[in-house]
Design a protein around this ligand. Structure first.
Ligand code: 2AL
Length: 173
C-alpha cells in the first residue's frame, strides 16, 4: 500500500485499516485521519505519536490499559486482537511452559499493582527470557520514568504495525 492510497481513504476505510495501530485505540486513527494528506509513512507515524504525546497523563495511562497482558487471560481465552496474537506468538509467548507462564503472571500482577497499568513491551522483538528479564528490571523503575518507557513501547508496536500495513521497513528507533 502506498501513501497515495492511504490519502485517498475515506474515514471508515482509514479507521478499519489503521484502527489497531495503537492497540484497541481506534479513536487515535479517527483523529489522525483529519490530518491527511500525509507525505509518507514517517509523516503518518508522526501524527499517531503526536496524538499520544499530546494526551494528558490519564489519557496516556488509558492507552496503556487498552493493552492485553503478555501471555495473560486474553491469550488463554482466545480474545487477543490479530496483531497482538501475532506479536505474542513471534515472541514465543503462546507456547510457554507452565512455570514460565506462572512467573510472567506473578510479575505482571506485581507490575500492575505498582504502576496501575499493565506492563507493555514490543513483544515481537523479544523472546520469553528477555520479556521476563525486562519485566523484572522495569518493576524497579520510578513511576514517571516507567510511564515514558511504556509509551515508548506503544510507539515501537505502532511503528511495526504501520510498517506491516504499508509494506515498508520500520523506521529507526
Ligand atoms: C503487547 C501486545 O499486545 N503486543 C505487543 O507487542 N505487546 N502487549 C503488552 N502488554 O506488551
Amino acid at each position: 500500500m502506498d501513501i497515495e492510497k492511504v490519502n485517498s481513504m475515506d474515514f471508515g476505510e482509514f479507521v478499519d485499516v489503521f484502527g489497531n495501530v495503537v492497540e484497541r485505540c481506534p479513536l487515535i486513527a479517527a483523529a489522525v485521519w483529519s490530518q491527511r494528506p500525509f507525505s509518507d509513512l514517517e509523516d503518518l507515524e508522526k501524527h499517531f505519536f503526536a496524538f499520544i504525546d499530546g494526551l494528558p497523563q490519564a489519557g496516556q495511562e488509558g492507552v496503556l490499559r487498552c493493552h492485553p497482558d503478555l501471555a495473560g487471560c486474553e491469550l488463554q481465552r482466545g480474545a487477543l486482537s490479530a496483531e497482538s496474537l501475532r506479536e505474542q506468538s513471534a515472541a514465543g509467548l503462546t507456547s510457554l511452559g507452565a512455570a514460565e507462564r506462572l512467573r510472567l503472571a506473578e510479575l505482571n500482577a506485581q507490575y500492575r499493582a505498582r504502576f496501575g497499568f499493565p506492563f507493555v513491551l514490543a513483544a515481537r522483538l523479544r523472546d520469553p527470557e528477555a520479556v521476563l528479564r525486562e519485566l523484572a528490571r522495569r518493576l524497579r523503575c520510578l513511576p514517571a520514568q516507567e510511564l515514558r518507557t511504556a509509551l515508548g513501547e506503544v510507539k515501537k508496536i505502532g511503528r511495526l504495525r504501520l510498517a506491516d500495513l504499508l509494506g515498508g521497513h520500520p523506521l529507526g528507533p
